[in-house]
Write a protein that binds this ligand. Structure first.
Ligand code: FES
Length: 72
């Protein structure tokens, strides 16, 4: 809920735009799989995501772009 209240739909749209897939899909090169999940336990940093084991919080569309592009 905290992530949802902190504009999760905008964050989801940003992820879709940057890596070109929707939740439940994997990029053709296998680099990214995009999965939605319930709370990951860092509601004080909502909206948040994990890339592998690395936590990213207080996300914005701009931060999403920087984070995901850093993995390319
Ligand atoms: S709801 Fe997103 S970290 Fe808790």
């Amino acid at each position: 809920m905290p992530c949802h209240l902190e504009n999760a739909p905008t964050i989801i749209a940003a992820i879709e735009r940057v890596i070109g897939i929707k939740p439940g899909q994997t990029t053709p090169d296998g680099q990214f799989s995009f999965e939605l999940t319930n709370c990951i336990g860092v509601c004080d940093q909502a909206p948040a995501m994990l890339v592998g084991d690395v936590l990213y919080g207080n996300l914005t569309p701009e931060k999403i772009t920087d984070v995901l592009n850093s993995y390319r």
